[in-house]
Design a protein around this ligand. Structure first.
Ligand code: BTX
Length: 327
């Protein structure tokens, strides 16, 4: 069986968006016999693709298997750059490590690394990110924006807005953002974002944006350490969620919003971020490396710095902290 033809056949059926294509037409397009088309269709069904065969009309793709097959995702993509170069690893220590390596080897802007399982997924400040096999989206995106290094931290906020929009679009759920980088559903964390930088004297060489999104886990799929603080889209919606659609949607919004940020600055995105934020306008506790402050979270600056007003009336700029709501 010619694997390339099988993959191209899937792409053709995805692009047909639910309309039937006849066996004869596929045979002509791929320069193979109708029997060969039928064999490829059978092979795809064995891989978990659901394909209906409608009499006198042809084949319709009605469901994709729950894998992260890059060519399937690419057939769904509506981006110009993000995900056009996509690397898939069945298992790896961390997609961040793989993406750093690819960035050093000159991988183009928009390169994406996806995996089914991370054995050493990482969060901020060397914390662990639990990455159950086959249930989530563990993805790193390489961006090469032409901006000074001090503009890098906002990409975390831009990414948070993009992921929230994608979750809304695909599931109808209404996530909130907790400054700076947690995405919450009903107060529990469903997404973490980690932005890392490769830079030299000439400026940013690459931004490596890591996105960890809990999609189809049940409570027991999470490590006991995070069972009480973590949630997944399936736990909140009650339904299995299509990971391929989600990846495609995240990359679409991330491309739109990072281009908007680079072209016009943070203004518009700041408004969007604040509208999704569960932190702003609330009393919070900010735990930093050297001190803990309590007060009202008033907003974020154009640089993404959290503005916290303590009871003595002083306004503090918080650059990095863990935030807890205090009411
Ligand atoms: P963070 O430091 O904000 O969050 C880490 C903390 O979140 C952990 O200490 C733990 O309490 C909690 N946690 C760990 N795993 C989960 C989970 N699956 N769901 C909910 N809460 C959890 C957030 O760091 C940044 C995470 C980025 C993960 C992506 S995955 C793709 C890429 N590769 C990689 O190694 N990291 C990024």
């Amino acid at each position: 069986m010619n694997i390339t033809v099988t993959r191209k056949l899937v792409q053709r059926l995805i692009e047909a968006q639910g309309t039937a294509i006849s066996g004869q037409q596929l045979a002509d397009e791929f320069g193979i016999s109708r029997t060969a088309v039928w064999k490829h269709i059978k092979e795809l069904e064995e891989q978990g693709y659901r394909i209906e065969s409608v009499k006198k009309k042809g084949y319709i793709l009605s469901a994709l298997p729950d894998t992260l097959e890059p060519t399937d995702i690419q057939a769904l993509l509506k981006t110009g750059r993000l995900g056009q170069n996509m690397h898939f690893l069945e298992s790896c220590p961390s997609t961040q490590i793989a993406a750093h390596q690819l960035a050093q080897e000159d991988a183009p802007d928009g390169t994406v690394v996806l995996t089914e399982e991370q054995t050493a997924g990482r969060g901020r400040m060397a914390r662990r990110w639990h990455s159950a096999a086959n249930k989530g989206i563990w993805m790193s995106v390489i961006l090469r924006p032409d901006v000074p290094p001090q503009k890098a931290p906002q990409f975390t906020l831009v990414t948070a807005v993009a992921v929230v929009r994608a979750i809304e679009q695909v599931t109808g759920l209404k996530p909130e953002i907790k400054w700076p980088n947690d995405i919450l559903l009903n107060g529990k964390k469903c997404t973490g974002i980690l932005t890392e930088l490769q830079s030299d004297a000439d400026g940013i060489q690459a931004l490596i944006i890591g996105i960890g999104l809990n999609v189809n886990q049940l409570r027991e799929d999470f490590d006991p350490e995070v069972q009480d603080i973590a949630t997944s889209l399936k736990m909140e919606s009650g339904d299995d969620v299509d990971r391929k659609q989600l990846v495609s949607s995240i990359l679409y919004f991330l491309e739109q919003y990072s281009d908007l940020y680079i072209a016009e600055g943070f203004g518009m995105l700041k408004l969007m971020w604040e509208s999704y934020s569960s932190t702003i306008g609330r009393p919070v506790r900010a735990r930093m490396a050297k001190e803990t402050l309590e007060g009202m979270a008033e907003g974020i600056t154009e640089d993404g710095v959290l503005q916290l007003r303590t009871p003595d009336g002083k306004l503090h700029g918080i650059y990095s902290a863990d935030i807890e709501m205090t009411n």
